[in-house]
Design a protein around this ligand. Structure first.
Ligand code: SF4
Length: 143
């Protein structure tokens, strides 16, 4: 596990009993989990909670890179650069992935904000992500 982003609800449901095996960092309403050693503590030859796995596991091989919020929007950027030989067979189609990202954002941040998702794909995607990060930094500096 190289850093799994989960909501606090997902953490309580799927990882709280493994607290000692994890490095946990808080990112506002989200938590990033990294296994101290070895794979994810829910891995026991297969995922022991597969039917109830967290949203970022359902999204794999898409990986959340940035989650930022403004009073009216949740911005999520994601990539699929993970080095998984199976990833071409695993990629959810874009409509499914967008639905999962939106559900993730609503669980973490509520339903009163719109959700803006950018996939870091190709040059155009990289430029959009760069501009989004730059805009968010400028907004943070202004506040
Ligand atoms: S799919 Fe299961 S084993 Fe894999 S990271 Fe998610 S919870 Fe852990």
């Amino acid at each position: 596990m190289q850093g799994l982003m989960v909501t606090k609800t997902e953490f309580e449901r799927a990882f709280s009993r493994h607290r000692d095996a994890l490095d946990i960092t808080s990112h506002g309403k989200l938590m990033r989990l990294t296994a101290k050693a070895g794979p994810c503590p829910n891995w026991q030859g297969a995922c022991a909670i597969y039917e109830d796995r967290p949203m970022e596991c359902r999204l794999f091989p898409f990986t959340i890179s940035v989650v930022a919020t403004t009073p009216r929007r949740v911005h999520i950027t994601a990539h699929n650069r993970v080095n998984c030989p199976q990833k071409d067979h695993l990629l959810p189609d874009e409509t499914t992935a967008r639905g999962l990202f939106e559900a993730f954002a609503r669980e973490a941040f509520g339903s009163d904000r719109s959700v803006h998702i950018v996939f870091e794909r190709g040059l155009a995607g990289k430029v959009r992500v760069f501009l989004l990060k730059l805009g968010l930094r400028l907004r943070l500096l202004q506040n």
